[in-house]
Write a protein that binds this ligand. Structure first.
Ligand SMILES: O=C([O-])CC(=O)C(=O)O
Ligand SMILES: [Mg+2]
Length: 388
C-alpha cells in the first residue's frame, strides 16, 4: 500500500474580527488530502487535514519540502510492520528528516496538517472512528464518547456593543454550551470589565465565562488584569503574556489564584515541557491548550501527553485550542478534558458532524470512520473539491 498523491489548497477563513493581537481579515488555512491506493467501498481511501485558525496556510512549505519527502520515500518505510496500514510515526520521522531541532514555527503547522490527514486515512483503512483507534492503540479500548466543549467567541468587531455581545453569548447558551469565552486586552481594562459584567448578567448558575488575552500583555498589565479578574469566578484567564515568557506566567500565580490557561502557541513537546518546567503552572487547576494541528500533529501530541504524565499532570487538564474534529477524537479516545469550539466562526472547517448537538456542555461522538469529516456536509463538500 502507498500514498499516491498529496494535495494542498489554501482557503480564506477571513472575518472582520480581532483579538488583542491580530485581526482575521487575511486569515487562511491549508486543506490537505492524502490519497492512498487502498480501496474501501470501491473508492480509494483519502485522509483529510487542515490547520487551525491563528496561523496561515502552509502550501509553500508543504510543496517545497514535506510532500516531496513522503512521495520520494520507499513506501514500505512508511507502512506498519505488518504492511497493512500506514504508520503515522514512521511518516512523521520522514517528514522531520533533515530538520534541525528548536525554533518550532511554521513547519510545525505544515507537519501537523499532514499528520491529521494521515491519521484520518489510517483510521479509515482500519474501518474505525479515530477515537476508537486511539483508545485501542494507546488506551484501554474504551473511549469516552462524551466530550466537554466550550463556545469561543466574544471577539472585537466594528459596531459591537454590549447588547450584541450579550446576544452572542446567549445564543451559545441556547445551543447547549455551559462555558463561553470572550477576548480581553483589545479594549481598556475598564471597558473589558464592563463587557465581562454584561456577559455575566446573562449567565445562570452552572454557566461560566473564560477570558483570553492572546498574549498581548506585558508583565505589569498582566498583573493589573490578574488582580481585577480575581474578583470574578471565571472559568479561566488565558494567555496573558507572550507564550514563551514563562517567567511572566509564573509571576501571575502570586496574583491570580483561580484557573489559568495557555499553550496554544507552543508548537512542540519541548516547548510544552518548558512551560511545565518553568511557568509555574498548577496541575490542580490550570488548563493546557496545545493544539496538535499547529504543533507537529498527533504523533508529537502523544509525546506531549507522555511528558505531562512524567511531570505528574493529568491529561484531563488538556482542552486543546482550535475547535476541530481531530482534537475531539483525541479527547474522546485518549481522555482529555474537552475541546474548544467556535460555533459561528471559521466555517466550514470548525465544528461537529451535522448529527451532533451540544447538550449541557457536552457532545457525543458519532460512529463515523476516520476523523468524521464526512459527517459534516458543508466541510465534506469543500474536501471533495480537493480530491475530485
Ligand atoms: O483568537 C485566536 O487567535 C484564537 C484563540 O486564541 C483561541 O481560540 O483561544
Ligand atoms: Mg486563545
Amino acid at each position: 500500500m502507498k500514498i499516491v498523491e498529496i494535495r494542498e489548497k489554501t482557503f480564506p477563513i477571513s472575518s472582520p474580527i480581532r483579538n488583542a493581537y491580530i485581526d482575521f481579515s487575511k486569515m487562511t488555512l491549508s486543506l490537505v488530502a492524502v490519497i492512498t491506493d487502498v480501496i474501501r467501498d470501491g473508492k480509494p481511501v483519502i485522509g483529510y487535514g487542515f490547520n487551525s485558525n491563528g496561523r496561515y496556510g502552509q502550501g509553500t512549505l508543504m510543496r517545497e519540502r514535506f510532500i516531496p519527502r513522503l512521495l520520494e520515500a520507499d513506501p514500505d518505510t512508511l507502512n506498519d510492520d505488518a504492511g497493512d496500514n500506514l504508520d503515522p510515526h514512521k511518516i512523521w520521522s520522514t517528514l522531520f528528516s533533515n530538520e534541525k531541532p528548536g525554533g518550532h514555527g511554521e513547519r510545525s503547522v505544515a507537519i501537523g496538517t499532514i499528520d491529521m490527514a494521515v491519521w484520518d486515512a489510517v483510521a479509515k483503512i482500519e474501518g474505525k472512528p479515530l477515537f476508537q483507534l486511539l483508545a485501542d492503540r494507546y488506551g484501554d479500548g474504551q473511549p469516552d464518547r462524551r466530550v466537554f466543549v466550550y463556545a469561543a467567541g466574544g471577539y472585537y468587531y466594528p459596531g459591537q456593543d454590549h447588547t450584541k455581545l450579550k446576544d452572542e453569548m446567549r445564543s451559545y447558551i441556547d445551543r447547549g454550551y455551559t462555558v463561553v469565552k470572550k477576548k480581553i486586552g483589545g479594549a481598556s481594562l475598564d471597558e473589558d470589565l464592563r463587557r465581562i459584567d454584561s456577559i455575566l448578567s446573562v449567565l445562570q448558575d452552572g454557566q461560566k465565562l473564560a477570558v483570553d488575552a492572546n498574549g498581548r500583555f506585558d508583565r505589569d498589565t498582566a498583573i493589573t488584569y490578574a488582580k481585577a479578574l480575581s474578583n470574578y469566578d471565571l472559568f479561566w484567564y488565558e494567555e496573558p503574556g507572550d507564550p514563551l515568557d514563562f517567567e511572566l506566567q509564573a509571576a501571575l500565580r502570586n496574583y491570580y489564584p483561580n484557573p489559568m490557561a495557555t499553550g496554544e502557541d507552543l508548537f512542540s513537546m519541548q516547548d510544552a515541557r518548558n512551560l511545565i518546567r518553568y511557568a509555574g503552572m498548577r496541575a490542580d487547576r490550570d488548563w493546557l491548550q496545545f493544539d496538535c494541528a499547529l504543533s507537529y500533529g498527533l504523533v508529537e501530541y502523544l509525546r506531549t501527553l507522555d511528558m505531562l504524565h512524567e511531570h505528574g499532570w493529568s491529561r484531563t487538564r488538556c482542552i486543546p485550542h482550535g475547535g476541530h474534529q481531530m482534537s475531539l477524537n483525541i479527547a474522546a479516545g485518549l481522555g482529555l478534558g474537552g475541546n474548544e469550539s467556535y460555533p459561528d466562526l471559521f466555517q466550514p472547517f470548525g465544528g461537529f458532524p451535522d448529527s451532533v448537538q451540544v447538550e449541557n456542555g457536552y457532545i457525543t461522538m458519532p460512529d463515523l470512520p476516520g476523523i468524521g469529516f464526512e459527517g459534516k456536509a458543508d466541510l465534506y463538500k469543500v474536501m471533495q473539491q480537493l480530491s475530485a
